[in-house]
Design a protein. Structure first.
Length: 70
């Protein structure tokens, strides 16, 4: 997987919105194969980043606060 996406679930602090957005952007870049989409694909690209960021926030918020390796 993409090495620049860091683990966001930490026992000592919550991930920030900026960290989640950056991870979502990296994921969409990896999946799409584009660093920056063309104008024709920009809306779909940005929507995917937003959806993945929202899903990531829901996941992190809903998980029990155990250590990440549990």
């Amino acid at each position: 997987m993409c090495r620049s996406i860091k683990t966001l679930r930490r026992p000592d602090e919550s991930a920030t919105d900026d960290e989640i957005a950056a991870a979502a952007l990296q994921f969409v870049r990896k999946v799409s194969g584009f660093l920056k989409p063309s104008r024709a694909n920009e809306e779909a690209f940005d929507a995917a980043v937003d959806e993945i960021a929202e899903a990531s926030r829901r996941l992190l918020d809903s998980m029990a606060s155990r250590s990440p390796r549990s």
